[in-house]
Design a protein around this ligand. Structure first.
Ligand code: COA
Length: 248
């Protein structure tokens, strides 16, 4: 049985058999990312980071139409003072926290995945999507640029030219296009999306957790390093894993 962890309003957080389930839960607003969601996500991610019982996390969203339609436009540019907004951002660095989680993160994406939606998806390690998925970066249409890492993480995933075309022309990617550009690992039928994510999580859970988290670290951190630095990191982490195995 799933254990519901806390009563948040914009997200649901549950735990079951080693899997953490984070469900964006503002379906009436297409799960638009608002200040409350940012604060609740920050609290949940912090709890996940420190919870040894959570070994894999699935991010998904409620409602039929969207994983997340981007930043909440009703709050758009409403921060009282830029300095205040910047301070909050430093105090609650959701995106930095996301990228620092040691557990493998799986995104189960459906419908609209726009702006912050893409940014959340790109903080995850494995992305599954249903056939109805649509990826877009509407920021340029609003006269702003993404500020939660999206235009750094997206080119590293789908390449610079495709990111620029998406951002500069408002082009949206369909499911087959997203798969072709390696933005998603796999496309499944809508009804199969959540079960497929759980099945994947179940496979990861079969493996030794220390090896899993260190492999994630070697791959994720190593991708941002030179080959020589990556090899040194890999060698250090693989020695750690072997030492741990021989101790148990
Ligand atoms: N912020 C706040 N509310 C949003 C939202 C957003 N980013 N996106 C959708 N909503 C709300 C709509 O206002 C609507 O609320 P209402 O029923 O009270 O009027 C509800 O969600 C459903 O959206 P709707 O526009 O009716 O759905 P649609 O299927 O016709 O269109 C989209 C879907 C995604 C194309 C359209 O909602 C859209 O363009 N959203 C804004 C995307 C955007 O620019 N995001 C910001 C990125 S930085």
């Amino acid at each position: 049985m799933k254990q519901q962890m806390s009563q948040f309003e914009t997200i649901i957080y549950e735990k079951k058999d080693g899997i953490g389930f984070v469900t964006l839960n503002r379906p009436q607003f297409l799960n638009a990312y608002n200040i409350q969601m940012r604060d609740e996500l920050f609290a949940v991610l912090g709890a996940i980071k420190d919870d040894d019982d959570v070994r894999v996390v699935i991010f998904r969203a409620a409602g039929d139409k969207a994983f997340c339609a981007g930043a909440d436009l009703t709050e758009f540019l409403t921060a009282p003072l830029p300095v205040f907004a910047r301070q909050i951002r430093f105090d609650r660095d959701v995106w930095g926290l996301f990228l620092s989680l040691p557990q493998p993160l799986i995104a189960a994406l459906h419908g609209y995945v726009l702006g912050s939606g893409i940014e959340i998806a790109l903080c995850c390690d494995i992305r599954l999507a249903s056939e109805d998925v649509r990826f877009g970066l509407p920021e340029v249409n609003l006269g702003i640029i993404p500020a939660a890492g999206g235009i750094q993480t997206l080119p590293r995933t789908i390449g610079r030219a495709e990111t620029l075309e998406m951002f500069l022309t408002g082009k949206w990617l369909t499911a087959p296009e997203a798969y072709r550009h390696k933005l998603v690992n796999r496309i499944v039928a809508r009804a199969d999306l959540w079960p497929a994510a759980e099945q994947l999580a179940g496979k990861i859970l079969c493996y030794n957790n220390f090896a899993v988290t260190n492999a994630k670290q070697a791959i994720v951190r190593g991708s941002d390093m030179s080959l020589a630095e990556g090899l040194a990191l890999e060698s250090r982490l693989s020695r750690l894993v072997i030492m741990k195995q021989t101790q148990t």
